[in-house]
Design a protein around this ligand. Structure first.
Ligand SMILES: [Fe+2]
Length: 656
């Protein structure tokens, strides 16, 4: 999609008041001397430049003013109210960012330039298709994140003060917004039939188009639409069909009857098109807009009208998690899983969305799935139709002999039609309700554990007998039975299962709630659950590269019985006594690209603590600490595979 999308470039010169723009620039100049805040960024294309968190370099308040100004502009001009926190990118001579599609999950990219006034303009422009945007001081450039873009090489002096300096981030939509007399509750009965009818009657157009539309309409006191405009249209597809659909949408609005009110109401409504699977929220991204509670209610209503919009469902999950509403998050995560991963074998979704074109299997993933189907049939689960699936997987596994264990096999190239049809789909989801009473065991004292965490110099706590026997047994069965282990991009056949993709059941929600409430000072309401996942390992697994996570507190627990662990001193977690530097970003602290983390750990002389594997043991630790799964050797049976559950609470930088 990337290459064919034009940039939709918008440029605003003299974007901020001169005084604020100059204050931002001066902050940078003043910070240049020390410059410990900068990290070298590299990307897949071999580009490199410097990046910092703006608040490590500039005044926090100035950056906030910038974001406020940008959000006001963006909502006023485009109807888009969510602006991500920026990063500060510096390209000096020699740095480069080749043109590529970022595949960014934001709708629009913004770049606000703070390049020194009068700096020699030799290169450093933003390249977007045939256009080059000079990175002039106090200039704002905004463009479609799907369009390929890069930075032209800079020539001349490699002095940072002469380089291209930009605050960069993304802009996207939030829910509908109303100003004036009507509230959303009052406007909804008028709006709902318009949307429902439009999406029902324009299925083909809706499915064949991708992107975001924002419409704005003015509703008079008598409830009639006085004025209707398209505020923003970045929908890509067949131009003529789209124009006609827009005309029908306008006609629908103009024929609608809203509630009568004392005065006029202005409605700004973002509508997303395209049934591509939802993009995952960038870890660590934060929208600057407040009022997520309101967002959530609005988004839920939108989902009634757009039940097949995966992006919308994911946005609701995120919004609900941010405000600590686990029930709503779990409800919409389940809806998303059925829409994105469902099959006719599980209730509720017989027409799931297509999977990404490039999904692939590996011999180790095929082996896992084969063993899992065998396990399910052995226990009489999943129905006899699984027999046919199992046979197809067994044949496929045989054909893999001689291939590397992690070799990626595009699913389209798999011979067995049954495998092609069911790969990536939920075929069995074990019903796993809450357990009566508590899911956390009464064998440990919550207050004592929390005190221990707070007293620990690094923030690490180990709890044995973590779950009650009932909860542990049920969770183990959920993880063994449910065919939700879709993420297979890791080495050594490690598999991941995620909240929005089926790793979700009432018991997991119960555990997440009880953990939150057990540690009111460490987690509590201030650090809502941000993400949960499970990992499952191959019997013999080398250690995983050290990394830190994006949360404030990491709760990690092991559920495979001890009998399966053939090397009882091993298989646990290694935690280093070093936190990821605050200015490092997600890719820096989570991925050991260029062995940066490993180098940091050895150069700083970090010491490690090894916590051995033990069934039903939890390790709670500060997410900023570098950590790694130790090498492990577990039994060969399907049920012996090492499994852990991770629950991440809060956001990075908020620990303590
Ligand atoms: Fe981790």
């Amino acid at each position: 999609m990337g290459q064919s999308v034009s940039g939709g470039l918008m440029i605003v010169d003299r974007f901020l008041f001169e005084t604020l723009a100059h204050r931002l620039r001066t902050g940078f100049d003043r910070a240049l001397d020390g410059a410990p805040a900068w990290a070298v960024k590299t990307d897949r294309t071999g580009g490199f430049f410097l990046r910092a968190r703006p608040e490590a370099v500039l005044s926090d308040e100035d950056v906030r003013h910038f974001v406020d100004a940008l959000r006001a502009w963006s909502f006023d001009r485009l109807g888009l109210a969510r602006v991500s926190r920026p990063v500060l990118d510096l390209h000096a001579a020699g740095a480069r960012t080749p043109v590529a599609s970022s595949g960014s999950s934001g709708r629009l990219v913004y770049q606000y330039f703070l390049t020194r006034e009068g700096a020699p303009a030799a290169g450093g422009g933003t390249v977007l298709g045939n256009e080059v945007v000079d990175p002039l001081f106090n200039r704002l450039a905004v463009f479609d994140s799907r369009a390929a873009h890069g930075v032209a090489p800079l020539e001349g002096s490699p002095v940072p003060a002469e380089g291209r300096l930009a605050l960069t981030g993304t802009i996207r939509e939030s829910g509908p917004s109303l100003t004036g007399s009507l509230t959303l509750d009052q406007a909804w009965p008028g709006l709902e039939p318009v949307l429902r009818r439009f999406f029902a009657e324009n299925q083909a157009v809706v499915r064949g188009h991708d992107g975001l539309l924002v419409v704005q309409c003015r509703i008079g006191p008598d409830g009639r639409v006085v004025d209707w405009t398209v505020k923003f249209d970045r929908v890509v597809g067949d131009g003529e069909a789209w124009k006609q659909a827009l005309a029908r949408l306008e006609a629908g609005f103009r024929a609608a009857t809203f509630a009568a009110a004392a005065g006029e109401t202005e409605l700004v409504l973002p509508l997303s098109f395209g049934l591509v699977p939802a993009e995952e929220e960038e870890a660590g991204e934060e929208a600057a807009s407040g009022g997520f509670g309101g967002d959530r209610a609005v988004l839920s209503r939108m989902a009634e009208v757009r039940p097949r919009d995966a992006r919308l469902l994911n946005s609701i999950v995120s919004a609900a998690l941010r405000v600590g509403d686990l029930e709503t998050a779990a409800d919409f995560a389940a809806r998303h899983a059925l829409l994105a991963r469902g099959s006719d074998k599980v209730r509720g979704e017989t027409d799931p969305l297509a999977l990404a074109q490039d999904h692939y299997l590996t011999p180790l993933k095929i082996k896992h799935d084969t063993e899992q189907f065998r396990h399910l049939r052995r226990h009489g689960r999943g129905g006899p139709e699984l027999d046919e699936v199992l046979a197809a997987y067994e044949r496929t596994l045989e054909r893999c002999a001689g291939r590397g264990p992690d070799e990626r096999i595009p699913v389209a190239e798999v011979e067995e039609e049954t495998v092609r049809a069911v790969d990536g789909r939920i075929l069995y989801l074990r019903p796993t309700p809450r357990v009566p009473g508590a899911a956390l065991s009464d064998r440990w004292d919550k207050r004592e554990v929390e005190d221990g965490y707070l007293d620990h110099s690094l923030g690490i706590m180990v709890i044995d007998d973590f779950l009650s026997p009932d909860a542990w047994r049920e969770l183990l069965a959920f993880c063994q039975d449910s065919t939700v282990w879709f993420a297979n991009r890791y080495r050594n056949g490690r598999l991941g299962a995620f909240f929005g993709e089926g790793f979700n059941c009432p018991l997991l929600v119960q555990i997440a709630e009880e953990i939150r409430d057990a540690f009111p000072r460490v987690i509590g309401r201030k650090h809502p659950l941000a993400q949960m996942w499970g990992y499952k390992y191959s019997p013999v697994h080398s250690s995983v590269a050290p990394h830190a996570d994006f949360a404030a507190v990491n709760v990690n627990f092991w559920i495979t019985p001890d009998e399966a662990n053939l090397d009882p001193g091993q298989g646990g977690l290694i935690i280093y006594d070093r936190e990821a530097p605050p200015e490092w970003e997600f890719d820096d602290y989570n991925k050991n690209r260029g062995r940066r983390i490993t180098t940091f750990i050895s150069e700083t002389g970090a010491k490690s603590i090894e916590i051995p594997y033990r069934a039903n043991r939890a390790v709670i630790f500060n997410s900023d600490l570098f950590h790694a799964t130790a090498k492990c050797h577990f039994g060969e049976r399907y049920e012996d595979r090492r499994m852990n559950v991770t629950m991440l609470y809060g956001r990075r930088g908020e620990a303590g």
